[in-house]
Design a binder for this molecule. Structure first.
Ligand code: MN3
Length: 201
C-alpha cells in the first residue's frame, strides 16, 4: 500500500481571510505532498508494513526498523498531522463546538473562551516548529498540548481532535512573525462537526 494525499474538502481560497489561498496551496501541494512522498519512499522496500494504516505505524514506531524509523516518524507524522489539520477546517464554520465536545470542553477547561486561550498559548509557546493540539486520552479525557517538529499525538497514546500547525510555513506569507494573530484567526474556520466526530470516535 502507498499512502495517498487527501483531497481538500474546499478550494484554496475558501479559508480566507483566516488563511490566504497561496499559503494553503503551497502548504498542501508542496509541504504536505513532500512528507507523503518521503514517507512512501522510506517504506518502499518494507512490504511487511504495506497493510498498516498510518495511525498504526505512528502508534508502533518501535516496530519500524531502525534504519528507516526516523524518516518514518518525521514524514509519517508530517503526513498524518496535516491530514488532521486540513480535515479540521470548514469555510462555513459554526464557530462553536458541538453538544458533546462543547460540554466536555466546559467541564475540563471551565468554558469555551478559557479553552481557546489555552490552545493559543500552546501554539504561541511552542519554541521553533511544531503543533498545538486538542487531544483525548484512552479515558476520553481532553488535553491541550503541543508537539515539536512533526511529532504526532499518536506517539504518546493520544488521539487528536483539533490540530493547529505552527510551523512558519503555515502562516508566514500573511502574518509574517505574528503567530498570535494566525492563532486567533483559526477559530473562524474550525470544523466543529469534524471535531465532534473525532471526539465521539
Ligand atoms: Mn505544515
Amino acid at each position: 500500500m502507498t499512502y495517498e494525499l487527501l483531497q481538500l474538502p474546499y478550494k484554496y481560497n475558501e479559508l480566507e481571510p483566516a488563511i490566504d489561498a497561496l499559503t494553503v496551496e503551497i502548504h498542501y501541494s508542496k509541504h504536505h505532498a513532500t512528507y507523503l512522498k518521503n514517507l512512501n519512499a522510506a517504506l518502499e522496500n518494507y512490504s511487511q508494513f504495506s497493510s498498516w494504516s498510518i495511525e498504526k505505524v505512528l502508534k508502533n514506531l518501535s516496530e519500524i526498523p531502525e534504519e528507516i524509523r526516523t524518516a518514518v516518524k518525521n514524514n509519517g507524522g508530517g503526513y498524518f498531522n496535516h491530514n488532521i489539520y486540513w480535515e479540521g477546517f470548514a469555510p462555513r464554520s459554526s464557530r462553536t463546538p458541538g453538544p458533546k465536545l462543547g460540554e466536555a470542553i466546559s467541564r475540563k477547561f471551565g468554558g469555551f473562551d478559557e479553552f481557546k486561550v489555552l490552545m493559543e498559548k500552546a501554539g504561541l509557546t511552542r519554541f521553533g516548529s511544531g503543533w498545538a493540539w486538542l487531544s483525548k486520552d484512552a479515558h476520553n479525557d481532553l488535553l491541550v498540548h503541543s508537539t515539536a517538529n512533526q511529532d504526532s499525538p499518536l506517539d504518546d497514546g493520544l488521539d487528536p481532535i483539533i490540530a493547529i500547525d505552527v510551523w512558519e510555513h503555515a502562516y508566514y506569507l500573511k502574518y509574517q512573525n505574528k503567530r498570535a494573530d494566525y492563532l486567533a484567526s483559526i477559530w473562524d474556520i474550525i470544523d466543529w462537526d469534524k471535531a465532534e466526530q473525532r471526539y465521539l470516535a
